[in-house]
Design a protein around this ligand. Structure first.
Ligand code: OOB
Length: 538
């Protein structure tokens, strides 16, 4: 990729309307922290184990780190891949980058060399911020490979033992005195869950992101008394902005970081830190339900569950077992986020995935021919609005398919709208497995399978799983002759350096794969033949 960082923008008429309605204010994420730090300087912003950083300290550290990053040669507009576990440094680094006008590109801790190489290639990033080791993995190994593969990667900054790279601790320099960026500048980049061979990049502006953050904080009633337990990976849109880390900071509340989301650790943190809300994916919520509970969880006001479908029965069990309100969250990195509202009737909270943040989120539910379906009928959800992107970065061809001519994003989700305006997610038309909230693009894993010299054809489909909701199953047509077993296939995919959750949970060998009339693999038919469920458009 060249140094140009262009992404499809909202047409000026829409931008003007979003400004006029007060959604886009021109404030930046760095400016937001400055403002809050001035009003509540001595309140704690982030807790990480024994560390408690006040707003004044966080604000000053972000300035000094921005100065250090500038001294290292980073400039406004530069992209920086951030792959950090849930620690206080995550928050310091992102605000330093916002201050400098450099753009964090969020990688998840589970990403490995395959994903990281792709992220660097498509983002044009030239620096990488990692922790030395976390969750049993040495991230410096990925860094060494990235540096040798991509000459543009000039700087690797390491929290912890830096090895041959730049120690994070030496970056606290003289505060950077640059003026704040404009609200319309890109603030950050995240990756699409994706259904294509390689994930696409999503650029969010300060204006649009901060709007979703502010509005989410308001919907969730956040105040300076709010305490958020950040248990899911910090770099994901749910954790970062719905309302998550940024929403909590925007309200002057406190973020409690943990690298261990297990019930045992989370419960003791809830008791010790008097946590008032947390966000989980359904599989983690299920694990919390089964975890031993000796701690006092009475500070918990509400629990958010999202990222994958939460069944009504489990929703009911969660509410009664944890003794706090439940909030369903249906969102996407591309923008749209729906919430059930606190105080909503239980029927809505249990049976729906909420309603959009904004009255200006334009939701269209359509059939195969893009014609609107009546309320109550499932169809594909298309969306356009003040914080939903108009296109992926450098992906003109894909954008023509993923967005309508008038700018609606095709979510690939099959959704029904009830007459009260709440949405119910019924399935999915995109070729993706939602493995407990972690999204697997079928095409990407199929590419890895096909790289095996003895695999002739391969398809990835979702299969029902009690714990994860969905698991992935690889159907493989192998070359005749010689032995090839499931363990070898799984080891081969793992050996390609992909995130562990993408390694197929099951591998089945078949003689042939069903095809559509145009000769593409018919995944729906495959699921049907093998007992899985298939989402269908009306
Ligand atoms: C969130 O974002 P992504 O980008 O990882 O995944 C988006 C996709 C949606 O298109 C949908 O297929 C699925 O994840 N999804 C849900 C869901 N929430 C997300 N499916 C059923 N029920 C739900 N509650 O996952 C995300 C981003 C911001 C906030 C929350 C989740």
């Amino acid at each position: 990729m060249s140094d140009a960082f262009e992404f499809p923008r909202w047409p000026e008429s829409f931008a003007a309307a979003y400004r006029a309605k007060g959604y886009w204010t021109g404030e930046t994420l760095g400016g937001m922290l400055r403002r809050v730090a001035r009003s509540v300087p001595d309140r704690v912003a982030v807790t990480d184990g024994p560390v408690n950083l006040t707003y004044a300290e966080l604000d000053a550290r972000a300035d000094r780190l921005a100065g250090g990053l500038a001294a290292l040669g980073l400039s406004p507009g530069d992209r920086v891949v951030v792959q950090l576990p849930n620690t206080v440094q995550f928050v310091e680094v992102i605000f330093a980058l916002f201050r400098l006008g450099a753009i964090p590109v969020f990688a998840l801790p589970s990403d490995r060399i395959s994903e990281i190489t792709h992220i660097f290639q498509i983002s044009g990033a030239k620096a990488y911020v990692i922790r030395d080791r976390a969750l049993g993995f040495d991230y410096r190994k990925i860094a060494e490979e990235v540096v040798s593969r991509i000459p543009r990667v000039e700087r690797v900054i390491v929290v912890g033992d830096p090895g041959a790279f730049v120690p994070f601790e030496t970056l606290y320099g003289r505060p950077d005195e640059r003026p704040e960026r404009a609200g319309s500048d890109p603030a950050l980049v995240t990756l699409s869950g994706g259904s294509t061979a390689l994930p696409k990049l999503i650029a969010r502006t300060h204006d649009d992101y901060l709007y979703s953050v502010r509005a989410s904080a308001e919907i969730c009633g956040l105040t300076p008394e709010s305490v958020y337990l950040c248990a899911l990976p910090a770099g994901h849109n749910f954790t970062l902005s719905s309302p998550g880390i940024l929403g909590t900071l925007c309200a002057g509340g406190r973020v409690v970081m943990t690298t261990d989301p297990s019930g045992a650790t989370a419960f003791s943190l809830i008791e010790r830190e008097k946590v008032t809300f947390a966000a989980l994916v359904p599989s983690l919520a299920l694990a919390w339900l089964h975890a031993e509970r000796t701690c006092d969880l009475s500070s918990l006001r509400f629990l958010q569950v999202g990222g994958a479908k939460l069944g009504a029965e489990m929703a009911a069990r969660l509410e009664s077992s944890l003794g706090c309100q439940l909030q369903q969250v249906y969102g996407m990195s591309e923008g749209l986020v729906c919430y059930t509202r606190l105080g909503d009737l239980s029927e809505r909270v249990l049976n729906t995935q909420g309603r959009p943040i904004s009255v200006d989120d334009e939701v269209r539910i359509v059939d195969k021919d893009d014609q609107p379906v009546p309320d109550g009928t499932p169809g594909e959800l298309l969306v356009r609005g003040p914080y939903t992107i108009r296109g992926y970065l450098n992906a003109e061809e894909h954008n023509a398919r993923a967005f309508t001519a008038d700018g609606f994003y095709r979510t690939g989700d099959i959704v029904a709208r009830r007459d009260d305006g709440y949405l119910v997610v019924a399935g999915r038309s995109k070729d993706q497995v939602n493995r407990g909230g972690e999204k697997i693009a079928a095409e990407e894993v199929e590419g890895h399978l096909l790289a095996h010299p003895r695999v002739r054809e391969a398809a990835i489909v979702s299969i029902p799983d009690v714990y994860l909701g969905e698991a992935s199953c690889a159907f493989v047509v192998a070359d005749p002759g010689g032995e090839l077993n499931a363990a070898q296939i799984r080891a081969f995919v793992r050996g390609r350096g992909v995130a562990a959750y993408k390694v197929p949970d099951q591998v089945r060998f078949v003689q042939s794969l069903p095809k559509t009339t145009v000769g593409k693999i018919d995944r729906k038919e495959l699921r049907k033949q093998h007992g899985g469920s298939a989402a269908a458009l009306p």
